[in-house]
Design a protein around this ligand. Sequence first.
Ligand code: PEP
Length: 249
Amino acid sequence: MSLRLIANWKLNGSKEFNDQWAQEFFKNFSSSNFKSIGIAPACIYIDHFRKVIGECGIEIGAQNICDEDSGARTGEISASMIKDLDCKFSLIGHSERRIFFHESNKTISKKLNQANNNSVMPILCIGETADENQKNNTYDVLESQISEALQDLIELNSLIIAYEPVWAIGTGKTPNPEEVNTVHKMIKDVVQSRFPKIGLKSVLYGGSVNSKNASSLFSLEHIDGALVGGASLNGKEFAQIANILNELY
Ligand code: PEP
């Protein structure tokens, strides 16, 4: 499975939202190829959303998993639990988790391990802050986020990395697509040279992607797809982004 377009619904949604979203999405999606699309609703709605979309082929995943498999971690959800709900992937290390829940690269590494042990595809999110970007520290920050997250995982069957500059998330600002392309190439080179036993499937871009800027991003060699937050909450808008991706691949 290689996901190319993932919706991150964050702390949004309801049963009614799921129903309306699916109606809008299916009305506007112009292909029958759902295989590379993933949706990460709030965990509590996973089963409901699966019933709403049926067996169309869209993968459902989680926005986060615990770094432990079971035990005294009140409120947490493990990789084995989401696997039990037939989830195929989980976001790991989203910048909102790093900022609001103080997740370290060490914790993120443990979460990657949990995902790997349970055959859940990890979507490792990395990205620099505005300050780091202005100081031209982007490469160093990304390299250390990758290295620290992956160093204890000698082998990882499959991995997707989402490059999400923190300053581009939810702000309407996006880096120049050529810059994103260069960063993605660097990410692929770092993983391939330093972690040759890790199966990197794709590198997605995330940060204010919408149907207007999608084709300028997707047309570049190393941008394999996108992780979409705000724009994914609108079923029609997300379908339009998916249509653009489908036309290019
Ligand atoms: C995200 O939070 O992963 C994201 C990409 O958000 P947005 O598309 O709203 O910038």
